[in-house]
Design a protein around this ligand. Structure first.
Ligand code: ATR
Length: 467
């Protein structure tokens, strides 16, 4: 029987759409899913396609041409290990196993080592783009076996998103680096979404804009510096009505859940001692959103400010929000890329930041015009310490920081919670401060714990008998 060129295990949304994408590029695809019903349903819906169902892992693996290319699109965690161990007896040296899910990068490092010993090439690939991206072309961040990557490179290039005829995929680095970059991508996505939502709070609650006005504002913003997929979909969300003619946004409960990558990246920033405050605040904001019952109680007990009627010049403030949003986004990316840099050093991944920014430009959820600028800055300086101090971003920061301050101040005065904007300006001021207040922290630590302190006028460690 004719051998198939690619095998996909896991037929949930991402796996199914990737299998269709791969097939559409002319490959013969074998598919397998734990529950057979899903496989049958897919086959009945796609009878004319070159997708071949299997209900037994041995037959599935044996259906593939060598070296076999097996893409796992299954739930992150122990399911990945279970499936790897189930297919291992049928795999041969030189076969390639790709985990395209949202696995934790440390797990990918372990799996990479485990499979390397058995002669299997293992790739941990971050894949972003949601359902549509998986079907039409996602952004792919593959890390792990370099030899394995060469075997699947043309496949990945064929199925990925394109920008200016370039594929949005590039080999990221050793072991868990692909999944690490995807984790950073997801963290940036949390930050972007939170900043956009805070801008919405401001437009709705302080400027009293209605949904159509808000949609038009996002539409205008999407034509300029803020141009991005997330602004585009936000514009559309505010336009959408249900079948009763009501705006859907007004009927959606204000609680947002998460799948864990935001938590991972925040925990990782603490571990690597790199301030990722904006993304972490965005994760916390989701947790607060989920405290709906407590918020209802607190709302009755805790006062907000008394607000007099305002005579804002709407147009001016809308432009200030735009500037604050753009600068907030820049600060979030600066933090995210700084964490990437730290991780690259710690794990010796030798990450190419220019290439990472470049592949983020299409297919993925955080695709945005801003990434062109980030890519350019890394092209000019591969050893960049922080995006904020580059010529383009420092210029924008110097132009827009007053707007960010105004939006934060007005939000606080009006009792509107804007944790991402607040953390953005705090990081900005902290990062640019030549004298911090940590001299006092040093003194306190020495006072109560004899931890010693360093001086500005002498080298060495000092201790004072404070009492
Ligand atoms: P999504 O987020 O796209 O919905 P996911 O939760 O990451 O998907 O992964 C779901 C897929 O993992 C499904 O194909 C699921 O198989 P079932 O349809 O049988 O539930 C698969 N999956 C989850 N746990 C698994 C396990 N232990 N072994 C094999 N496949 C598993």
């Amino acid at each position: 029987m004719l051998k198939k060129q690619v095998g996909v295990i896991g037929m949930a949304v991402m796996g199914y759409n990737l299998a269709l994408n791969i097939e559409s590029k002319g490959y013969l695809v074998s598919i397998f899913n734990r529950s057979h019903e899903k496989t049958k349903e897919i086959i009945s819906k796609n009878q004319e396609k070159k997708i071949f169902p299997y209900f037994n892992l041995k037959e599935f693996i044996f259906s593939l041409e060598k070296p076999r290319k097996v893409l796992l699109m299954i739930q992150a965690g122990c399911a990945i290990d279970n499936v790897i161990n189930s297919i291992l007896p049928y795999l041969e040296k030189g076969d390639v196993v790709i985990d395209g899910g949202n696995s934790f990068y440390q797990d990918t490092i372990i799996r990479n080592r485990y499979l390397e010993k058995k002669g299997i090439y293992f790739i941990g690939a971050g894949i972003s783009g949601g359902e549509e991206g998986a079907l039409k072309g996602p952004c792919i961040m593959p890390g792990g076996s370099r030899k394995g990557y060469f075997i699947i490179e043309s496949l990945f290039k064929n199925i990925s998103a394109k920008i200016n005829n370039q594929s949005c995929v590039d080999y990221i680095g050793e072991n868990g680096s692909g999944h690490y970059v995807k984790m950073i991508h997801n963290g940036i996505e949390y930050g972007d979404m939170q900043l956009i939502s805070e801008s919405y709070s401001f437009l709705k609650n302080i400027l009293n804009c209605n949904n159509i006005e808000i949609s038009n504002i996002f539409s205008d913003w999407n034509k300029g510096e803020l141009n991005s997929y997330l602004i585009e979909i936000t514009k559309n969300i505010f336009n959408k009505k249900d079948n009763k003619g009501n705006y859907i946004i007004d009927s959606i409960l204000d609680e947002a859940s998460s799948k864990g990558t935001g938590k991972w990246v925040s925990q990782n920033s603490l571990e690597l001692e790199e301030p990722l405050s904006l993304i972490t605040e965005s994760v916390f904001a989701r947790y607060i959103s989920n405290m709906k019952n407590q918020r209802i109680i607190a709302n009755k007990k805790l006062n907000g400010p008394y607000i007099k009627k305002n005579n804002f010049v709407k147009k001016e403030l809308i432009e200030k929000i735009r500037q604050a949003l753009y600068l907030g986004k820049i600060i979030s990316y600066a933090q995210g890329f700084s964490l990437l840099r730290k991780a690259s050093e710690k794990y010796n991944w030798k990450l190419n930041f220019q290439s990472i920014a470049s592949i983020f430009r299409s297919g993925c959820i955080i695709r945005a015009s801003l990434l062109d600028k980030i890519s350019e800055e890394y092209e000019n300086n591969k050893n960049l310490l922080n995006l904020l101090i580059t010529p383009y971003f420092s210029k924008i920061s110097n132009l827009y920081h007053i707007s960010l301050r105004d939006i934060v101040s007005l939000s606080v005065i009006h009792g509107i919670s804007v944790p991402a904007f607040c953390s953005a300006i705090s990081y900005y001021d902290g990062y640019r401060s030549i004298n911090s207040n940590a001299n006092l922290i040093q003194a306190q630590r020495d006072y109560f714990g004899s931890h010693t302190y360093k001086r500005i006028d002498q080298i060495g460690s000092f201790h004072t008998q404070w009492v």
